[in-house]
Design a protein around this ligand. Structure first.
Ligand code: HEC
Length: 153
């Protein structure tokens, strides 16, 4: 009798294990697809758009419009258009601000981590967001995954 219960219990256990493995498998198969507007723009809007949008500034007697880094990210459409597939004004040739499918050639990634001045990147200026704390790792990781997945809108 005890032996039978033991066999039944271990069968249940084995099934549960199997269940756990298959649900891990399913999660991997359905790797989250990131979109710029839904998953990346909220970070950009919160941490970057304040500077990266047109601002009126006084230049002697004149008033001129200035955008930090010449990179306008006032709306999600502008942010997408001005980063994805666009050459960086700072990094070496071959880098784009966001190079779809190629995080290693996406200058944005280096500017967020702060290793943008390394010789193979050849960038300049400050880490972004400028004068603020580095973005949380999960936000940077999400941006990297989004780029890997093709930097979709
Ligand atoms: C306090 C203002 C400020 C904030 C906030 C800020 N930036 Fe910048 N950004 C600048 C300025 C000024 C430059 C140009 C000088 C430099 O690179 O340090 C610049 C340059 C850049 C460049 C380089 C553009 C090029 O052509 O290569 C990128 C990319 C960039 N910023 C991305 C971001 C991102 C992404 C965020 C938010 C996480 C952000 N910035 C937040 C002011 C800011």
């Amino acid at each position: 009798m005890m032996k039978r219960i033991g066999v039944v219990l271990s069968a249940v256990f084995a099934l549960e294990l199997l269940g756990a493995f298959t649900s891990v498998g399913v999660q991997q198969a359905e790797a989250k697809k990131y979109s710029f507007r839904r998953h990346i723009w909220p970070t950009i809007r919160r941490y970057c758009s304040k500077c990266h949008r047109p601002k009126r500034v006084r230049k002697g007697k004149k008033r001129v419009i200035k955008i930090s880094g010449g990179l306008n990210m006032k709306t999600w459409r502008l942010a997408y258009k001005n980063m994805v597939g666009q050459a960086s004004k700072q990094a070496k040739e071959g880098f784009q601000i966001v190079f779809p499918g190629q995080p290693a050639f996406s200058y944005l990634y280096y500017k967020l981590v702060g290793n943008h001045k390394s010789p193979n990147v050849g960038g300049k200026g400050k880490r972004m967001p400028r004068k603020k704390r580095r973005l949380a790792a999960w936000r940077i990781n999400r941006i990297v995954k989004w780029i890997q997945q093709g930097a979709n809108k």
